[in-house]
Design a binder for this molecule. Sequence first.
Ligand SMILES: C[S@@+](CC[C@H](N)C(=O)[O-])C[C@H]1O[C@@H](n2cnc3c(N)ncnc32)[C@H](O)[C@@H]1O
Length: 493
Amino acid sequence: MQSTYDELPYEDLAFFHTHPSNLAVVATLCGLSPPPVDECRVLELGCGSGFNLLAMSQSLPGARLVGFDLSPLQIEAGRRMADEIGAANVDLRIGDIGGIDAALGQFDYIVAHGVLSWVAPELRERIFQLCRRHLQPDGIAYLSYNTDPGWHQRRILRDALRFHAAADGTPLQRVRHARAMLERMAGEIPDQDSDYVRFLRREVEALRDDSDAYVFHEFLESHNHPLRFEAFADLAQANGLRYFGEARYGTSAFAQDGALRYALDAVSDDLLRQEQYHDLLRNRHFRQSLICHAEQQPTWKLAPRSRGALVVISRAEPLPSEETDARTFRLHGETEVRVRDPVVVAILDVLCEMWPLSMSMRSLIGMTAERVRAAELAPGVPVELVIASTIVAGYGWGYWHLYAHSPPAATEPGEMPRASPLARLCAARSPSVTNLLQRPVELSAEQQAVLQRLDGRTSAAELAASLAMAPEAIGRVLRELAECYLLQLDRTP
Ligand SMILES: C[S@@+](CC[C@H](N)C(=O)[O-])C[C@H]1O[C@@H](n2cnc3c(N)ncnc32)[C@H](O)[C@@H]1O
């Protein structure tokens, strides 16, 4: 049976927060011992074209990655891509989640991104049952869904668009019809200053940048059922599972600090209730929740023995500053922060020095300890403990990135540079590619031209000649691509 996803498929996107490495980091920070990532087995439910799994296959060549989707058009497109890039460890199947058989076996990680709210409500419970049946005892599942209270507000727009454009035409015609109505109405709103008008304007503006597929499946599709966090946690519990945190670690209630921490503690000492209050305070509309078997016992504390399992790969650059009591850094090549805390400053100084190399969290603690003067810390507190908890807190603020594996990436171009086959395929079509950390990279025209030619059999000199570029320019672009984690390690013996 043809679905609307066959008529208007989602774009091919990879989602960093679903990567087993990220799931393992959050689980480890919550005191769990998740399965090792390098050779893990991953099941993705409602995987679309499977692009997310194809991207994982580039950073996890030893993993076994299985995807299910109802839409033949999307799965067939994914299979063609898998063939083109030789991703033999990706198995994409056309199938109904509801019909998955016990014989499929067990997985270390299960991912369902954008599925729980977008299927018929009767299938929701089935997804939890599948997690219970197909997850290894120490496995982790990721389920994302639309939630309230944020969707109470967005529902206004969905109702209006469905009222106008729900029934007639193809999905694409209905999106165009809905967009035209919004644009016509947006300019005619009478009371320009009310909160409601401000909300409407913001939403209309955001929708202008969203893809047709997103607008259709979010606002016009028959299934989009937001799920309150409390109901999500109940469903998990009823099916022998346990909620323990968000895939965006810093958005979990337990990761909040300052006044918000105080407010959440004051209102309840129950973690699940705190999560629900947190949604209320933030008007959250989307969750990326992690669950494990109910028998697992999260502590929400990083065990000191697990520090060695975490890897830090994060870009930081010092920026000039006139101030004497604060330093300024650029993080991840984009955000600027002013920092006073001496431990945070010392961590960032180490990151500036180490980039683009990876290091274990243990090494980061050791190198930071050498820079922090004991006089700057509260007396009697072990310096390593302060640094470790600052690394965890800073990860929650988005200051630096943690991983649970080292991707097979070359941080130097080498003699015969090689980009991942998926990145080369994507670069041949557009400047948007996914790197070996499962993160999006927007390439310049120069980088795009070079990347698609990095087959591991062409030297920098040959590239320069074929692209009519100066050798220095090629050298610079290759270094930039290596720093973006787009080049593979040379595996030839
Ligand atoms: C909102 S899309 C999300 C796709 C992808 N995970 C992403 O985030 O880009 C929902 C996907 O679930 C698939 N789907 C819906 N019902 C399904 C079912 N019963 N069994 C398998 N796949 C299903 C759809 O075909 C669609 O690809």
